[in-house]
Design a protein around this ligand. Structure first.
Ligand SMILES: [Zn+2]
Length: 248
């Protein structure tokens, strides 16, 4: 389907981006993205994908909004404290860009729903704080051959790993098990999670629209304490329990 006049008006400022253009916009508009959690990371990520004109967002996110979520969960409003987060998310995204279809799943990723949710999407963005959820997304994306942008942050640092099954390492190549010193509750400033989110969003937009250079086989790592950004070479683990049998 070619772009409509409304599409051209709405996305006018990005249609001139070199390599993107109308064909990139069309590809984006025909794509569905699954975001696992829309908290401090997934919220800004969903916002940026909606702004860019993704066709559909499927967002898996459970729980009620707490006051201490508001330093980073920018899709929420103060009045929503104590209410289900999924409803606030959907309302914010739909009001922001009614062109984007938004499906909110008021659950986090579990063994029971991972396969079904990944099957709905052309690309998956992993923005969950728990390794268990990140591993489930990774396993399902490898199994279904879907690209996964795994985004994570801790304190002032962030890391983004674009995973394309058969072409790059998967998350389990790098982390065969949950790291020993990993903690559920971690320090976070909203600007850091939003930065990681927007790097992840941009990698996904490039993958979907087919322009630019996606950071394949290079994990993006940054530390806002020093503002040093790096790309760290990563390799497939030939014995990886998840992806060892996947070939190009
Ligand atoms: Zn692997």
């Amino acid at each position: 389907m070619p772009l409509t006049d409304l599409d051209r008006s709405l996305y006018e400022w990005q249609l001139d981006v070199p390599g993107f253009g109308e064909s990139g916009q069309e590809k984006l508009r025909s794509s569905t993205a699954l975001i696992s959690r829309a908290g401090g990371l997934g919220g800004p990520l969903a916002f940026s994908l909606a702004a860019a004109g993704i066709g559909k967002l499927v967002i898996a996110h459970a729980g009620d909004l707490r006051l201490d979520d508001l330093n980073r969960q920018i899709l929420m409003r103060h009045d929503d404290v104590g209410k289900p987060r999924a409803e606030s998310l959907a309302a914010t995204l739909r009001a922001f860009n009614p062109q984007v279809e938004v499906e909110v799943i008021p659950e986090n990723i579990t063994e029971a729903n991972a396969a079904e949710l990944v099957a709905k999407a052309d690309i998956v963005f992993g923005a969950a704080p728990l390794f268990e959820e990140r591993f489930l997304m990774n396993r399902e994306c490898v199994r279904q051959g879907k690209p996964l942008i795994d985004c994570a942050m801790f304190s002032l640092e962030g890391q983004i790993l674009p995973i394309v099954p058969g072409q790059t390492p998967c998350l389990a190549c790098l982390y065969p098990e949950i790291p020993e010193h990993w903690k559920r509750r971690f320090p976070v400033i909203g600007a850091v999670s939003a930065l990681a989110a927007n790097i992840g969003a941009m990698e996904g937009i490039k993958l979907l629209a087919g322009f630019g250079e996606v950071s394949l086989n290079r994990m993006i790592y940054f530390d806002t304490a020093t503002m040093r950004f790096q790309q760290i070479q990563v390799q497939r683990n030939p014995d990886c329990a998840v992806c060892q049998h996947v070939s190009l």
